[in-house]
Design a protein. Structure first.
Length: 273
């Protein structure tokens, strides 16, 4: 079947093992000093391991692969890690808002399935806010002016060397960020170039190379990666690291800004290649 599954670039892998620890399904192991996808059936394709990888070796791709086999995954975890491994898997699935064979097999109870699958970033939740403003008719007044100064914005569509990148800082924005934060335009877009991408849902092949070509413009003094607090969003930071290495620059400052689901800025840190 055609589905999303993890892909590992062994050239970038340093064998730290963080991804194997982050994979509660036991789909990744360290073999001969490199991370390996030991069995496609054990990978659910939701990418929890991506945020654990500090070298950018892990990405989610869409390709032909066997479907995720939860029954085989649980049995493998029981055989290889015992009850503790199964418990960890069950806890992970509870966090992911997943359901499935755990209850059938007599394992720990977990919540009934909810739309969104197994990724923490896909779990449904309500963020309570005030009443919406009434909708204005077409051509009505602009309540808050836009700070966007370019088009297009999607990373796959923009071109390196575009005039709106020159002599400006660059924002690399997760697709969900502008919806989470009401301050996106004022805080991040004003006076900056921007590209938008999703490391989970996009086909990211070529993204690092394109970003590297954009970074190669030495008139860009700084790049800001704006991601959400969910694990899979960390893949955007890894792409930025790869791009920095590909650009050959050592003077470019890159920061990672992590937004809470409610829009607050949770953390800021420097990124390096």
């Amino acid at each position: 079947m055609l589905r999303k599954i993890i892909e590992i670039d062994e050239a970038l892998c340093d064998g730290c093992g963080d991804c194997a620890i982050g994979c509660a399904e036991g789909a990744i192991r360290i073999v001969d000093g490199k991370a390996k996808l030991v069995k496609a059936d054990f990978c659910d394709g939701f990418g929890d391991c991506i945020g654990a990888c500090h070298t950018g070796a892990l990405t989610i791709v869409t390709r032909e692969a066997p479907g995720f086999d939860e029954h085989a995954t649980i049995e493998n975890l029981r055989a290889s890690g015992g009850d503790e491994a199964v418990r960890r898997y069950e806890e992970a699935q509870a966090r992911h808002a997943g359901g499935g064979l755990g209850a059938i097999l007599g394992l720990a109870q977990r919540p009934a399935p909810r739309a969104g699958g197994g990724c923490p970033g896909s779990a449904q939740r309500e963020l309570r806010r005030g009443s919406p403003l009434p909708l204005s008719p077409a051509g009505g007044p602009v309540l808050i002016p836009s700070e966007l100064q370019q088009w297009p914005v999607q990373l796959r569509l923009v071109q390196p060397g575009a005039p709106f990148f020159k002599d400006r800082e660059l924002v690399i924005m997760s697709t969900c960020g502008p919806l989470a934060s009401a301050e996106t335009h004022q805080r991040y877009l004003r006076g900056r170039g921007v590209v938008v991408a999703c490391p989970k849902l996009d086909d990211t092949s070529g993204y690092a190379q394109k970003l590297g070509a954009i970074f190669a413009d030495r008139s860009i003094p700084k790049a800001i990666v704006v991601i959400m607090e969910v694990p899979c969003c960390g893949g955007l930071s890894q792409l930025a690291r790869q791009a920095l290495a590909a650009s050959g620059r050592t003077d470019l400052v890159i920061e990672e800004h992590v937004l809470a689901l409610t829009g607050e800025l949770k953390s800021v840190r420097a990124l390096s290649a």
